[in-house]
Design a protein around this ligand. Structure first.
Ligand code: AMP
Ligand code: GLY
Length: 413
């Protein structure tokens, strides 16, 4: 089959690499893509948030399956438009993508489905904000209700900062602070059947030791050997299936990738967030370990036939990815810096662009990821950092502690 991937991040490059390795995928296109996807897929220009334009491109380029990477096109209705054009699409409808598009909506679905999550209040006025901050106390968790590319959440002990973020956002969700290691679990679903992928851990803060502001994610690793046996199945039972059932009950079935962000608290796992698409950078490590066909899995989810598909298979060993971000990320990333060392296997491109003179230059906040596989986590971690050491980006920033505590056996669930 011919597959068209929509998006231009490291997630889309990783999706292209995994799809290219699936024998059922006979040809691959990506729009708008980046320097990395251009090496494995035909490249097309498109405004990814214009549903009619994406549907027209899918038709014109003969796609039999469209895989939508980022959340903004999903919330804009790209999957609906592609399906209306008669083409299979992996990705939820605009209505179902509200699970990510609105934190308040997600909380409402979680409450109706009995999914364990932080207590929360939706606030629109300064008085409501003050009351909710009083109710939950510090550390304060203030979330922009809408899409914010991973940067809409402020977790702080500083009351004035919490109030200022709430005022800047307008409508916010203020919630109880959840303490404990975080886990990202991706579930592929066709709206009824749910298949979990490997749990992974992301590092959201910009700085070593989980310091500084939240980002889209600065690195990840899998598998999480420290999780209790049967963890993914338990989350499918307590979170994924009830959520998928509640979405179907509302008449807005969720088919695509349900990303479950969890905190493993002393009282058990609690949902921190839902996303409606593959996570970035977790996808890079999860797909590096996938040992069965991604294209056939996503097509089954897109066509309501997931019950007929075998569960995904995984390689032994581990994978680590480390994000290289631009100077000034996350507040004000600088673009246009010349990169070297980007042609190495394992370099997964995000914000990169090829200049007219052939040079690869930075073109976004998260520029690329160094992704490596190893027989164990320590080997994968060393290999990822060795790979990244051979890349040059003026002013580039990366965390030096991705997967470090897990290698030392200091993480427990
Ligand atoms: P979200 O966009 O909801 O995933 O939030 C981004 C990040 O903020 C999460 O990955 C957590 O690190 C942190 N965060 C969100 N909600 C909470 C919470 N209730 N308690 C503690 N940290 C949180
Ligand atoms: N890595 C977090 C996200 O994709 O939202």
């Amino acid at each position: 089959m011919r597959v068209l991937v929509i998006g231009s991040g490291a997630r889309e490059h990783a999706l292209c690499l995994a799809l290219a390795a699936d024998p059922t995928v006979t040809s691959l296109a990506c729009a708008p893509g980046n320097v990395g996807t251009a090496a494995v897929a035909e490249q097309y220009a498109v405004d990814v948030t214009d549903p009619a334009a994406v549907a027209a491109l899918a038709t014109q380029c003969g796609a039999q399956l469209v895989v939508v990477g980022p959340e903004a096109p999903l919330v804009a209705g790209v999957a609906d438009a592609v399906r209306a054009a008669g083409i299979d699409c992996f990705g939820p409808s605009a209505e179902a993508a509200q699970l990510e598009g609105s934190k308040a909506f997600a909380k409402d679905v979680m409450a109706a489905a009995g999914v364990p999550t932080a207590g929360a209040r939706v606030c629109t006025t300064a008085d409501e904000v003050a009351a909710a901050l009083d109710e939950f106390g510090a550390p304060y968790v203030v979330k922009d209700d809408g899409l914010a590319a991973g940067k809409g959440v402020v977790v702080t002990d500083d009351r004035a900062l919490a109030e200022a973020h709430a005022a800047a956002c307008g409508r916010v969700v203020i919630e109880e602070f959840l303490d404990g290691p975080e886990v990202s679990l991706f579930c592929v679903t066709d709206g009824t059947t749910v298949l979990p992928l490997l749990p992974a851990q992301d590092f959201k803060r910009i700085g070593d030791g989980d310091t500084g502001p939240n980002t889209g994610g600065m690195g990840a690793y899998a598998p999480l050997d420290w999780l209790p046996a049967g963890f993914a199945d338990e989350i499918v039972r307590s979170v994924a299936r009830p959520t998928v059932a509640e979405m179907a009950r509302r008449g807005t079935p969720f088919a695509g990738l349900l990303y479950i962000g969890l905190a493993l608290t002393g009282a058990g796992p609690r949902v921190v967030e839902f996303n409606a698409r593959f996570g970035d950078p977790e996808t890079q490590v999860v797909l590096a370990l996938l040992d069965s066909g991604l294209g056939s899995l996503l097509r089954a989810a897109a066509t309501g036939t997931l019950a007929d598909v075998a569960a995904p298979q995984w390689r032994d060993g581990a994978a680590v990815t480390v994000v290289l971000a631009a100077a000034g990320y996350p507040a004000a990333p600088r673009t246009g810096d010349v990169l070297t060392g980007t042609e190495q296997p394992g370099i997964v491109h995000a914000g990169t662009r090829r200049r007219d003179d052939g040079a690869v230059v930075s073109n976004g906040g998260r520029v690329l990821c160094a992704t490596a596989y190893g027989d164990d986590l320590a080997a994968a971690r060393s290999a990822a950092y060795e790979l990244l050491a051979r890349v040059e980006l003026p002013g580039g920033q990366y965390r030096t502690d991705i997967a470090e505590r897990a290698v030392r056996g200091e993480v427990s669930g």
